[in-house]
Design a protein around this ligand. Structure first.
Ligand SMILES: O=P(O)(O)OC[C@H](O)CO
Length: 203
């Protein structure tokens, strides 16, 4: 169910945007930092959203911008011939902090018990760690599994808009709480899928 299959469609939107940034000589690192700023403010918006419903909508849009900038930085770097190991490293570090801002703010805001939130953020970080661990073992960067970063961003965006439209709990939790529960379960499944992939490849 990975949203990576949507990449060809996404690149149709990203390519012209990237051309625009390249034309104005915006550096890929600036775009990476813009994605981090969006994630930080998305986190703040989620955190304050229980007191003011509009914040959840704002958070949803900020996560969309985080995703767009995250998709753009690599494309800009390639198009402008500015791809560097440092830029790639910065991109991954920023993605990890962005995940922390977005996921932690939702459970800090009590959409779901903190224990579930901790399970989710651990699963998310483990998933990404195993992707880079595959690379460290010379197997290439691995993005497989049912809940990679693109998937969880789509889940969070849909849940933010769903929660804005319908904020009452459903079977004990608001929609955003259910999103974190879903991510908690599926990110650990993804981590196991990646462990098995690496294990088999090392045979
Ligand atoms: O390994 P994932 O699926 O968490 O994705 C990682 C990002 O796309 C790159 O930092």
């Amino acid at each position: 169910m990975t949203f990576n299959t949507l990449r060809p469609f996404v690149s149709k939107v990203i390519e012209p945007l990237a051309e625009f940034f390249v034309r104005y000589e915006v550096s890929p690192n600036t775009v990476s930092i813009a994605s981090l700023i969006c994630a930080f403010f998305a986190g703040l918006s989620f955190y304050y959203s229980p007191g003011s419903r509009e914040f959840v909508l704002l958070a949803g849009f900020l996560v969309i911008f985080n995703s767009i900038f995250d998709a753009l930085d690599g494309v800009i770097a390639r198009k402008a011939n500015r791809a560097t190991p440092r830029g790639d490293f910065l991109d991954h570090v920023i993605d990890r902090y962005s995940d922390v801002f977005i996921i932690c703010s939702i459970f800090f805001a009590d959409y779901v018990p903190w224990q579930v939130g901790v399970a989710a953020i651990v699963g998310v970080q483990l998933t990404s760690y195993l992707g880079t661990q595959a690379q460290a073992l010379n197997l290439g960067r691995y993005y497989g599994g049912i809940m990679g970063r693109a998937d969880r961003l789509v889940v969070v965006i849909l849940a933010a808009f769903g929660n804005f439209a319908f904020s009452s709990p459903i079977a004990g939790f608001p929609i955003l709480g259910w999103a974190v529960i879903l991510i908690a379960v599926t990110s650990h499944i993804t981590a196991i899928q990646r462990i098995l992939y690496i294990w088999k490849k090392l045979d």
